[in-house]
Design a protein around this ligand. Structure first.
Ligand code: NAP
Length: 529
């Protein structure tokens, strides 16, 4: 069943001689399948096919793209336990998480299918002609969003389904009308191959142009770099480390034709716990946060890596309670020995800094590739002065910064790098007295949360999953939810174009029956001219 080969369009291919295997971190052993890295020739084939496919795919109706996306979802479900078992064997994550992530992936595909079947997403805008306007006549101008071209998607290590092969980036790009080449993540290449087989089956069933999708294996940076540098690639989606995302962003910017790289990278997701909340509810907050810090072994981009509060007895009690709560949690497996190694190195680096105290560092023996959760504290001044304390420790780790006062709290927040989320824990109307703190937080994040936890990203239209750099490379776009389609399109205007040659979305009689802006008014009306 498993081949270890690349999908170049609908064809399996393995011309290279560089191979690798995935790793089962729970069993601490390699998995069986041998994967073959894509060669330069195969990369070119995939890109050329995608470029050819784009000529047809860009014109395909919303209904047909919807059928394609829904069929991908059906084919993924049809993989059933084969996919779930593969996912677990390549991640060390439990079956429940695998099924939950599959549900999210299916939901994303179907929500993009609904979006493109309905059709309004193209933002059709019509300004009718005014031939008698003085001093000059006005032309008929009509605008809509059109797909940007072939897109490369880098699968994320921590979301093998929802942010990888048929994940949010791929679903959004296909919905927009862009062929996709996935640079499969080497940690879960088997999951990637299975999901690719589902996409290829769906493409064949629905009659999509050959090359609308390819999946390339690699276990090093060469394949990804060649893809991003290829002149026929027009945009890139990435989820992973700041180092990787930034390298690809710089590479894309240096091309003769620079292209956008939508990279979603590191975040420590500051949580501000206000004094009254600490005074009245420190035990409950400690319990909730012990769970959030360790959820999924801390391997979420929304993990709460930084807790900020003003010194008080309530804070002292909270620290004590957090120690007790987090010590009760049984350590769990990380995705890969390399992720575990990165966690240990970064954790030790933080712990060794001046004025950092360890509150909890689960110290009993743990299995191979399991992570020992840790919480540390530091004073506000030391945190401000030491940039090494601002780095993401990817895993079940959080740092509590004890601020002298509200002014120091605000300064610390305003000096943070860009973040995906910011959370405020407040009692009753306490928050209204901290408007400067909240305003500073809003300036650094993409999403702000009241009395909750940052982990758990709802997939819906109003979600923003992105934020000021380095949370993402372009804070104007979300990587989650149907609005993420906007990363893969560009606005395009037709001037005085013959009605019968216009795309249906812009034609006078509105054959798609979509809402459009006509001379400044939103309606489903037909136009006369
Ligand atoms: P990564 O190292 O950034 O790799 C992600 C993908 O990008 C991989 O397919 C990798 O290819 C490729 N890549 C990385 N650097 C590249 C470069 N310079 N040129 C071309 N391609 C490049 O992330 P990861 O493997 O998922 O995890 C490593 C660390 O990233 C984690 O320990 C964590 O610190 C961080 N991370 C953060 C988040 C978050 O949401 N904040 C999510 C995931 C990971 P190869 O693997 O084939 O080299």
């Amino acid at each position: 069943m498993m081949t270890g080969k690349n999908y170049i369009g609908n064809q399996l291919s393995a011309k290279g001689n560089k191979t690798f295997k995935t790793f089962n971190p729970e069993l601490n052993q390699e998995n069986k399948t041998v994967f073959t890295e894509a060669t330069k020739e195969e990369i070119n084939e995939a890109v050329n096919l995608a470029s050819e496919a784009f000529k047809q795919f860009r014109e395909i109706s919303g209904q047909k793209k919807a059928a394609f996306l829904n069929t991908i979802a059906d084919e993924i479900l049809a993989l059933d336990h084969l996919l779930i078992n593969m996912y677990c064997s390549e991640t060390g994550l439990p079956e429940g998480r695998a099924k939950g992530e599959r549900g999210r992936t299916i939901g994303q595909l179907r929500s993009f299918a609904n979006l493109v079947a309905e059709g309004c997403w193209v933002e059709a805008t019509i300004d009718t002609a005014q031939p008698n306007r003085e001093p000059l006549p006005k032309s008929d101008i009509r605008k809509m969003l059109i797909p940007i071209g072939p897109v490369v998607v880098f699968g994320a290590s921590n979301f093998p389904l929802a942010y990888s092969t048929a994940g949010g980036d791929t679903a959004a790009a296909l919905a927009a009308g862009c062929p996709v080449i996935v640079k499969s993540h080497p940690m879960h290449a088997g999951t990637g191959e299975l999901v690719s087989s589902a996409i290829v089956k769906a493409a064949q069933k629905i009659g999509m142009p050959k090359g609308v999708f390819s999946n390339l294996n690699s276990s090093g940076i060469d394949v990804g770099q060649q893809l991003v540098a290829h002149p026929k690639i027009k945009a890139v989606g990435f989820t992973g480390s700041i180092k990787g995302g930034r390298a690809l962003y710089d590479l894309a910017a240096k091309r003769e034709e620079p292209i956008p790289v939508f990279a979603e990278m590191g975040s420590i997701n500051p949580v501000v716990i206000l004094p009254k909340a600490l005074e009245n509810r420190n035990q409950e907050i400690a319990k909730t946060y012990a769970g959030s810090i360790t959820l999924g072994t801390g391997q979420f981009c929304t993990n709460p890596g930084l807790l900020l509060a003003i010194k008080s007895d309530g804070l002292t009690n909270f620290i004590k309670n957090l120690y007790e709560e987090i010590s009760k949690i049984i350590p769990s497996c990380m995705l890969h020995p390399n992720i575990k190694k990165g966690y240990e190195i970064n954790k030790e680096k933080v712990i060794s800094q001046n004025n950092v105290s360890v509150v909890a560092n689960f110290s009993s023996e743990v299995q191979n590739n399991y992570a020992q959760q840790a919480v540390v504290t530091v004073d506000g001044k030391s945190f401000l002065e030491n940039p090494d304390l601002h780095l993401e420790v990817f895993g079940p780790f959080s740092m509590i910064v004890e601020c002298e006062n509200e002014v120091e709290l605000e300064v610390i927040i305003s000096k943070l790098e860009g973040q995906l989320t910011g959370t405020v824990i407040s009692d009753n109307h306490e928050i209204s007295k901290y408007s400067k703190v909240i305003s500073a937080l809003q300036n650094r994040v993409g999403r702000i949360i009241f009395n909750g936890v940052p982990t758990g990203v709802e997939v819906c239209e109003s979600m923003v999953h992105g934020g000021p750099y380095p949370a993402s490379t372009d804070s104007r776009f979300s990587a989650v939810g149907i609005t993420s389609i906007k990363r893969w399109v560009r606005p395009f205007s037709y001037q005085d174009w013959p009605n019968e040659l216009l795309p249906e979305a812009l034609q006078n009689d509105n054959p798609l029956d979509i809402f459009r802006i006509i001379d400044g008014i939103r309606s489903k009306e037909v136009t006369n001219e």
